[in-house]
Design a protein around this ligand. Structure first.
Ligand code: NI
Length: 169
């Protein structure tokens, strides 16, 4: 296993649209544990392949307290959402230190392939539903700060660029 580099906002590669995973083959089966390790190491609850510069529809999630219930969703599609939505505070490993409110569906149903390539359906609510929606947005090139006002987003962009410059010095 290997730790992968997480792209940081406003890296333009975060806005690439991911293509479907063509087959759950050896390449994908090797990528999944690397993504999980990277997510756990960064103390995140979700990671999309887009964030590690792999532009294919694959996300990993673990919202459990014990950090021992990994969920791998390959080619996920939302097939149902509740009418109700909620404003939730979100953060992102690609936008470290920034937290803000995003409106998300309370409940969703998702179909996907698991890490063995088996078709699964996941019904999610609460934090898991929020997390899946957040990670699936990454796959269409959308970072959560894009839901915020242009003023806030510009402020975040400047802050990130400044931090990245200081890190490079
Ligand atoms: Ni994120």
């Amino acid at each position: 296993m290997a730790l992968l580099t997480i792209l940081c906002y406003p890296d333009p590669k975060l806005h690439k649209v991911a293509k479907p995973v063509p087959a759950v083959d050896a390449r994908i089966k090797a990528l999944v544990p690397d993504m999980l390790e990277t997510m756990y190491e960064a103390k995140g609850i979700g990671l999309a392949a887009t964030q590690v510069d792999v532009h294919e529809r694959l996300i990993v999630i673990d919202t459990s307290e014990e950090r021992n219930q990994p969920l791998v969703l390959i080619n996920p599609e939302i097939t149902w959402t509740s009418a109700a939505t909620h404003l939730n505070e979100e953060g992102c490993l690609s936008v470290p230190g920034i937290y803000d409110g995003v409106q998300r569906f309370d409940e969703i149903r998702v179909t996907a392939l698991d890490r063995q390539g088996k078709a699964i359906t996941v019904e999610a609510d609460g934090l898991l539903a929020v997390c899946i929606q957040h990670e699936m947005d990454h796959l269409i090139g959308k970072v959560f700060v894009e839901y915020l006002s242009p003023l806030k987003r510009n402020r975040i962009k400047k802050k990130m660029l400044k931090a990245q410059r200081e890190e490079a010095d």
